[in-house]
Design a protein around this ligand. Structure first.
Ligand code: NAD
Length: 355
């Protein structure tokens, strides 16, 4: 495991704070990576970490990732993140609410340099609790004036990216007959499957939850395969919509697709796997570029949520993906290098933020 203090020294974070609230037992880290384009935005993750070191490393990595994601999406936000150390006590509703009130107070002390939102382990209801002590929180439910669950917008953004990729890589004007294998039929995967089927694509899905697989078979009349078999499905596009690190030494040689385009975060197990894909002639739609719809939706709340505007901005992922492909082709670089270059350009940086 990387040493978090070495990572911190090398990755130019602006501010990193450790919090402990004695009254509620809340333990959390907040990292603000970069605020050049606007207040840092990034969700609050509630997770059981083995150690404080693991939590610190996670918040540092995730907050930096948010800088790139917001910049590549053209948002007026920087990158930040909260991680909260789960200890089991958060299952008690009263303790949970009190901890989120305390977190809101800590976020408030940052004076608007950081805005939080929902992430793994937290819910829109938790954001409502945070709102009691700070206005620097987004991802509120629709009935509270927020954008609600961003999954549909994320799926729409992935669809827009897939259209650009199909035109560019497969030389197809539309998605009729294009075969897409979706890994994970949760909130985003299911919505994406529906969009794709509406567009005439042939969709094959998989999920670890048997009840989900049964439900899609009945509702969408979709073909499904066992979890492990999804990597071997003959297809044009592989869409990872479940977990991270699924593009690795074991899975990449099995893929038959020409394109990888899905919503999952951190799809590459290691950076070298992006180069490996390029050598195999597989075009990788960089995760933080194609899955930005959810962030765009959340970010829209900052100026008063407007669904049409969020939708229009998300549709722009089509053009961002086209630009990423053109840069990669013109300069003979991997798509992740092209995406990084685009993000750095938006930030006005000439070299990688991480030295
Ligand atoms: P979700 O929890 O609703 O869905 C994930 C699905 O994947 C679940 O149905 C789960 O059973 C399934 N799954 C887990 N492991 C699997 C495996 N090995 N094989 C097949 N299926 C498996 O989550 P979601 O909100 O749909 O998000 C999906 C991915 O997209 C996550 O990586 C998430 O971080 C990322 N993402 C989501 C959003 C959003 O707006 N929800 C935005 C950006 C990125």
């Amino acid at each position: 495991m990387a040493d978090p203090l070495v990572f911190l020294a090398e990755h130019n974070h602006e501010q990193v704070e450790s919090y402990f609230d004695r009254a509620t037992g809340l333990r959390a880290w907040i990292a603000i990576h970069n605020t050049k384009l606007g207040p840092a935005l990034g969700g609050a993750r509630l997770w059981k970490y083995a150690s404080q070191q693991d939590a610190l490393l996670d918040v540092l990595r995730l907050s930096e990732g948010m800088t790139y994601k917001a910049a590549a999406a053209g948002l007026p936000h920087g990158g930040g993140k909260t991680v909260i150390l789960a200890d089991g006590q958060e299952h008690d509703p009263a303790i949970r609410a009190a901890r989120f009130h305390a977190l809101g107070r800590f976020i408030n002390e940052l004076g608007g340099r950081y805005i939080t939102a929902e992430d793994v382990g937290t819910t829109a209801a938790d954001m409502v609790e945070i709102r009691q002590s700070t206005r620097f929180v987004m991802g509120m439910p629709v009935e509270k004036g927020g954008g609600g669950d961003p999954s549909q917008m994320t799926a729409f953004g992935v669809l827009c990216g897939i259209k650009a990729l199909a035109e560019d890589v497969l030389e197809r004007e539309n998605l009729a007959g294009v075969r897409v294998a979706i890994q994970g039929l949760g909130k985003v995967g299911m919505a994406l499957a529906e969009y794709l089927m509406e567009a005439g694509a042939v969709v094959i899905g998989s999920d670890v939850r048997p009840e989900v697989v049964e439900a899609v078979k009945i509702r969408l009349k979709m073909q499904t395969v066992d979890t492990e078999a999804i990597y071997d499905v003959p297809c044009d596009i592989f869409a990872p919509c479940a977990m991270g690190a699924i593009l690795n030494d074991q899975t990449i040689p099995r893929l038959t697709c020409r394109i990888i385009a899905g919503s999952a975060n951190n799809q590459l197990a290691e950076e070298r796997h992006g180069h490996m894909l390029r050598e195999l002639g597989i075009v990788y739609a960089v995760d933080y570029v194609i899955n930005a719809g959810g962030l765009i939706n959340v970010s829209s709340e900052w100026t008063g949520y407007n669904k049409e505007q969020a939708h229009a901005k998300t549709a722009n992922i089509y053009h961002t993906i086209k630009r990423m492909l053109a840069l990669s082709r013109e300069q003979g670089i991997s798509t992740q290098s092209a995406a990084e270059q685009m993000a750095l350009e938006a930030l006005g940086e000439e070299r990688a933020l991480a030295s």
